[in-house]
Design a protein around this ligand. Structure first.
Ligand code: GLA
Ligand code: ZN
Length: 656
């Protein structure tokens, strides 16, 4: 585990480079990341490259034993390129070219842009390959599934659709375009979704557009990766990602890359809603699950965030260290803080780095120094990993389809995943968040909320898990759509009816309205948003509606299927229900539970096959005391302890 910083040598006077390197080395910084926005410095005029300054920077830092993550600078083409080839500029959903002057305006499908991107990438790689100071390559920066509607993208989209659906008739059929006289008679009539609300547009078209744009991003990454690999077979390659409106399919994006990297900005304000307490842990677990192994934090919270939004409060004492450690124990092998020093110029001057504009060591710097010191003492964790008995399935397709049709007031796909993740986290369980087609055989409990868009391979995977003895949870809005994002003429949850031993005779999108359910033990919970009314065949009721029109009708069911069990939760509840439900499921599946953890405390258990290390993180603003079942050795304070006293955002790690 190591700490690095994102560094922008092109934004600082040369005289600072060596001073920065010296202070970083003294502080314990092991890496810098450079270059992702520096194309205009790397190629100031077409075909004229200047790499001397990069040699100098990399050389200085390497003399201080600081390695470099080198980026391809393709996120920010220089203005001369936009001027010469305005056709490489992205076009918005409104059909208007995006105005340059900010960043990331290029159309990643433009062959002209791709050509220039390849040339500058090749130049960099040829120059730096074999340089032992380079420890990783980052492709571009925070690539999205860009909804560019330029002529190249339109053409490519049309060909992609024809390739997939064989013919115009095939596309019409898949899109159900007879609705509103939307039938295409010529391929040129096919347009990407426009800037009107998605609710007015064809959901089949919108989902295909998401798949297409997501694949284009993965293809751009694949190309850049091959360009790098041809010259450099040694250095691992990644691209950094985040959650945004146009989140690409992470599983496809990283398919060929060596590792995942995530830009990690936990909210500085602790959420008021207890259901959001573990949201950040969830994102980290999702990142770890993309490749089922360690990832990097390529950018990490370092100060008040702001610029595009009003400035946030400054990270509270303990947050700089705590959130970096939280990322590390959940799988981040390296954490790079964004950024070493806050920019003096440019739009981002109020997005704070570790050092403020003044460059005078501050409170955050002292905490950061302590973090570097602490991390250097935790080498023992490098050979450990997280083994989970529970998993939650994240489906990029469902996520995209729910963004197109949000269903009902208050409904949020990711929130559903988080509700289950929070409940498992409350009991100290490790949880993996995995792709729908992951081999599930290692898990005892799998939760697959709202598998909305059917996919035969995924359905078979889910059945296989239960047939082989697993315990599964499905929830409302499962099996609703065919692969084209169209509804199915069958009783819900269609392909999962047999598995859950029940069918939905009616559903009621109650939105912000509330109902009450009552479980088999007589506990009552409020539910909202959605009510599935279930008729049982082989299933039994776990909970029934307890008021209103649906009184005494099953809301949550349990069905034994082959050697396994399939639960179905036909409504959406608050955290009290998920905690009670998950507690029962953990008991039934034999997943150990830590009871009485103070709210906000996260537990991650890491193992090297011989020893187990239990990491306790107090993600709350209150000090907490956690009694340990027996005295354990603390890796942080290097003494035996029978209870842990954690300050806000403090972590302690004990050997079990
Ligand atoms: C993103 C980008 C960075 C920077 C930060 C802070 O994560 O990748 O370049 O803009 O946000 O705003
Ligand atoms: Zn385009």
């Amino acid at each position: 585990m190591r700490i690095g910083v994102d560094y922008y040598p092109e934004q600082w006077d040369k005289s600072l480079w060596e001073k920065d390197a010296e202070i970083m080395a003294r502080t314990g910084v092991k890496l810098i990341r450079i270059g992702e926005f520096a194309w205009s410095r790397i190629e100031p005029r077409e075909g004229e490259y200047d790499l001397d300054w990069l040699d100098e920077v990399i050389g200085i830092f390497s003399r201080y034993t600081i390695g470099t993550v080198m980026c391809t600078p393709t996120s920010c083409p220089p203005l001369w390129l936009y001027e010469k080839h305005p056709e490489i500029i992205q076009v918005g959903a409104d059909g208007q070219p995006i105005r340059t002057g900010i960043r990331a305006h290029r159309c990643i499908n433009s062959p002209i842009f791709r050509d220039y991107a390849k040339k500058v990438t090749e130049r960099l790689i040829r120059h730096f390959s074999g340089n032992p100071a380079i420890v990783a390559w980052q492709i571009d920066n925070e690539l999205e599934a860009y909804p560019c509607t330029c002529s190249v993208c339109r053409e490519k989209f049309r060909n992609w659709l024809i390739e997939k659906h064989d013919s115009i008739e095939g596309i019409n059929k898949a899109f159900g375009s007879s609705v509103w006289s939307g039938e295409y008679s010529d391929i040129s009539q096919i347009q990407p979704p426009n800037d009107y609300p998605k609710a007015w547009q064809n959901p089949a078209l919108c989902l295909e557009w998401y798949r297409f744009t997501s694949e284009c991003t993965a293809d751009f990454v694949r190309d850049a990766m091959l360009t790098i690999r041809l010259e450099d077979t040694r250095v691992p390659i990644t691209t950094n990602t985040w959650f945004c409106e146009n989140t690409p399919d992470f599983y496809k994006l990283y398919e060929l890359l060596d590792f995942v990297s995530y830009d990690n900005y936990p909210p500085v304000r602790i959420p008021d809603d207890p259901e959001d307490f573990y949201s950040h842990a969830f994102h980290l677990d999702l990142m770890r699950g993309i490749k089922g192994k360690g990832f990097w934090g390529m950018e990490q919270l370092s100060g008040s965030t702001g610029s595009w939004a009003p400035m946030s409060p400054a990270p509270k004492s303990g947050m700089i260290m705590g959130y970096a450690m939280q990322a590390m124990v959940r799988g981040a092998e390296t954490v790079m803080h964004f950024r070493w020093r806050t920019a003096l110029t440019g739009a981002e001057m109020h997005w704070h780095g570790i050092l403020d504009h003044s460059n005078v060591p501050n409170r955050r710097f002292l905490e950061f120094s302590e973090l570097c010191r602490r991390v250097s003492q935790l080498g023992i964790l490098d050979s450990t990993r997280i083994v989970s008995e529970a998993a939650i399935i994240y489906s990029p397709e469902a996520d995209a389809a729910f963004k197109i049709q949000p269903q009902v007031d208050g409904f949020c796909y990711l929130q559903q995943l988080k509700a289950f993740h929070s409940a498992l986290t409350r009991f100290g369980a490790n949880v993996d968040i995995v792709a729908p087609n992951t081999d599930l055989s290692q898990y005892k409990l799998v939760i697959a909320p709202s598998l909305y868009v059917n996919n035969k391979t995924v359905t078979e995977n889910i059945y296989r898990f239960v047939i082989n003895g697993g315990t599964l949870v499905l929830t409302a809005r499962s099996g609703v759509k065919d692969e084209n994002n169209n509804c199915i003429m069958d009783t819900l949850p269609t392909v999962f009816k047999e598995l859950i031993g029940a069918e939905i005779t009616e559903y009621d999108p109650i939105g912000r309205g509330e109902q009450v359910i009552r479980d088999f033990a007589g506990n009552e919970f409020r539910c909202r948003q959605w009510c599935d009314i279930l008729r049982l065949s082989t299933a039994r009721a776990y909970a029934e509606y307890n008021d209103g029109e649906y009184r005494c009708m099953p809301a949550v069911t349990m069905n034994r299927y082959c050697s396994g069990v399939a639960y179905y939760v036909g409504t959406i509840c608050g955290s009290d229900f998920y905690e009670s439900f998950i507690s029962n499921l953990m008991m039934q599946t034999g997943i150990p539970k830590l009871k009485g953890l103070p709210r906000g405390v996260e537990v991650t258990t890491r193992t090297n096959g011989r020893d187990e290390y239990v990491c306790f993180f107090n993600n709350s603003e209150k000090p907490v005391v956690i009694p340990l079942p027996k005295p354990m050795y603390s890796m942080i304070s290097v003494i035996g302890k029978d209870r842990l006293e954690l300050r806000p955002f403090e972590m302690d790690i004990v050997r079990k």
